[in-house]
Design a protein around this ligand. Structure first.
Ligand code: SF4
Length: 369
């Protein structure tokens, strides 16, 4: 008997996963999606509030996964103790493995799973996602909804005749003959897979999706077990602006920590915000975001400082004790204003969120999307 395929969507507390949950509920109400969140115990209150609001909107419980459900401590503190107080960093990111990926993989077990990920059409990354073979990631906000491993396998040169057969068996009346011409063209150093996939999607998104779906039926990928998949018709390609629109239109709104707030320096005023969800002390945040934390959530800044002991610090080049000195805060703000100016000239965008999001590609899908 064929195994049932589960459809999962992780809510990180960030704008993109929140928008994705809304988008899936509105566009694919018949998909029985299980929503979950992996709680580190160290998120901002704004994140917890967003999750509660989403539960009301979705009319469904968002399952709280906890990495240390039997511990009397928060999951982060529990594992920090296990690591002897060694703070995570971008080079030693034990937190995303222990607090996000492992609980998710336990939740999935051996089930066949489609995991919906909110990476947008204007991003060029896959994020830090599970690589287990029973978990297949789908990216509904992108023109190319498939993960890299799927397109690589499907359009490998060894599959050209298989894809031709699949093409012939499909009822693709309205689909251009051009599609099959592109399928027949072998990938080479001068004709890369990226170019081929782009040309296929340009020719027909639906046709390309049908071909990949047909190919998946010959594999062990989770989608091979489903009899239909409504996202084959999805032709959307959504960018940051679209995401904000989805959040606004739903009434949920943009997560509160994105709200731009005024700050002062000795010479001029500026605006700052936080650029992403995740733990309030996340080492991925920029210096100006630490200043934001210091000024907007001084108690949380104090808690983050408490973790800096035994020679471990959140940043390599300075401690939070040093960063909170008034001259240092002033310097960070001044540097940030200059960076903002440069970035405006470069990107033409005056949106703070665009500038803060420059480092958005870093980190894991479960924390920040
Ligand atoms: S938000 Fe940052 S600190 Fe928290 S689990 Fe993710 S990477 Fe680690």
């Amino acid at each position: 008997m064929k195994k049932k395929v589960r459809h999962l969507l992780g809510i990180s507390g960030g704008k993109d996963s929140a928008a994705l949950a809304i988008y899936m509920r509105n566009n694919y109400p018949d998909l029985d999606i299980e929503y979950y969140t992996s709680d580190t115990g160290k998120e901002l209150d704004e994140t917890y509030r967003l999750i509660e609001d989403l539960e009301i909107y979705l009319g469904k419980k968002i399952i709280r996964l906890s990495a240390a459900s039997n511990s009397h401590e928060t999951p982060f503190d529990h594992f920090l103790k296990m690591y002897g107080g060694f703070l995570p960093s971008s080079q030693a990111r034990w937190c995303t493995n222990k607090l996000k990926l492992e609980p998710f993989e336990r939740f999935v077990g051996d089930d066949l799973v489609i995991s919906y990920v909110g990476i947008r059409g204007d991003e060029n990354r896959e994020g830090y996602i599970s690589k287990k073979s029973n978990i297949q990631s789908i990216f509904p906000f992108r023109r190319n909804i498939w993960s890299e491993d799927v397109t690589m396998k499907a359009f490998g040169n060894q599959n050209i005749s298989l894809l031709e057969e699949i093409f012939m068996s499909l009822n693709l009346e309205n689909i251009e003959e051009q599609l099959i011409e592109i399928v027949r063209k072998p990938v080479s150093p001068r004709y890369t897979l990226d170019t081929k996939v782009s040309q296929l999607l340009e020719s027909s998104i639906k046709g390309t999706n049908e071909l990949i779906y047909g190919y998946l039926k010959t594999t062990d990928y989770p989608l091979a077990g489903d009899t239909s998949f409504p996202l084959l018709n999805n032709e959307d390609n959504l960018d940051r602006e679209n995401i904000f629109q989805i959040l606004e239109d739903s009434g949920i709104g943009i997560p509160k920590y994105y709200k731009e707030l005024e700050f002062n320096t000795a010479t001029k005023n500026g605006k700052y915000a936080r650029s992403r969800s995740g733990c309030f002390f996340c080492f991925y945040q920029q210096k100006i975001e630490w200043v934001w934390l210091l000024e907007q959530h001084p108690e949380l800044y104090g808690q983050a400082m408490q973790y800096e002991k035994d020679g471990y610090t959140w940043m390599q080049d300075e401690s939070l004790e040093q960063l909170r000195e008034p001259e240092r805060v002033e310097k960070i703000k001044q540097d940030y204003l200059k960076k903002l100016e440069r970035s405006r000239e470069k990107t033409g965008s005056s949106l703070l969120v665009d500038i803060l999001a420059e480092s958005e590609g870093e980190g894991c899908a479960s924390c920040f999307i």
